[in-house]
Write a protein that binds this ligand. Structure first.
Ligand SMILES: O=C(O)CCC(=O)C(=O)O
Length: 266
């Protein structure tokens, strides 16, 4: 098991986000932060996650790859995610100060270790906040490479500036297909980010309304990453939980809310 780290120790392995990165994120809805954490710290996170996965599972035990930053026995995850430096980094990106005049504290939303083995399917194109059911913007997700991740290993792609489009619909637990299928003009009106090549310690962050997904892992190597996410303290969630795979969604019914006029086909 790893040790809890002091703020000073965290600052030695986690840098501040730059003004350029904050500006890029606000404009495009995502940003790549090269070497946000020191490679040896990313290796330590990977080691601790692997050790937890290798432990014999106790009956009814929680998934060892999820909520590491809340666990008693998964340091340095907690020290990292709850550090002042990470909190300030995230608050600067969220930038509630712009309209409120003050920063809004962030809550832990969730964290998880993601392992995509060779051949694993790509990620469905979606918007996190539309899936999670938050009532306001501000939620954001960091995706930290715990090993080298090439584009062919299924590195995510983001639809640049899609965070300005508002909610485009939830797609998990739905039969209408991912957002690229539902909005065939999305990547011609807007632009898909370039294919990324992450080095150990590189991290992207994306806005809750940025459309993102990714290709299959078409290599013979596993794709290792750590996803961690915050949400503004005052956010309300539809079902009172900020779970990753979708608050319940129901379509309106034709009797109570009849359709006014169906558009004629183009
Ligand atoms: O790891 C992936 O490919 C997708 C992760 C994701 O959807 C997210 O970070 O919001």
């Amino acid at each position: 098991m790893g040790e809890a780290l002091t703020e000073r120790e965290i600052e030695a392995v986690l840098r501040e986000v730059t003004d350029e990165e904050v500006g890029f994120y606000q404009e495009f809805g995502w940003v790549m932060m090269k070497q946000l954490v020191a490679p040896e710290f990313a290796t330590e996170l990977q080691r601790v996650a692997q050790e937890r996965r290798d432990r014999p599972a106790k009956e009814g035990a929680a998934n060892p790859a999820v909520h590491l930053a809340l666990a008693e026995d998964a340091e340095p995850y907690r020290s990292f995610m709850f550090s002042e430096r990470m909190s300030h980094n995230a608050m600067r990106l969220v930038n509630k100060r712009r309209l409120k005049g003050v920063d809004v504290p962030l809550r832990y939303r969730m964290d998880m270790h993601i392992l995509k083995p060779p051949g694993a399917a790509g990620s469905t194109y979606h918007q996190d906040s539309a899936e999670h059911g938050s009532d306001r913007v501000g939620e954001l997700q960091f995706w930290l490479a715990l090993d080298e991740v090439t584009a062919e290993m299924g590195a995510m792609r983001f639809v640049s500036r899609s965070h300005r489009e508002g909610p485009l619909g939830s797609v998990f637990n739905d039969d209408r297909g991912n957002l690229l299928e539902q909005y065939p003009n999305l990547t011609s009106v807007l632009e898909l980010s370039p294919p990324f090549h992450y080095q150990l310690g590189d991290c992207t962050v994306h806005h809750g309304y940025t459309v993102h997904g990714g290709p299959d892992n078409s290599t013979d190597k596993p794709r290792l990453s750590y996803l961690f996410s915050y949400s503004p303290e005052d956010t309300r969630y539809w079902n009172g939980t900020a779970a990753n795979w979708g608050a319940e969604r129901k379509r309106l019914d034709d009797t109570a809310n009849p359709i006014i006029l169906k558009p004629s086909g183009d």
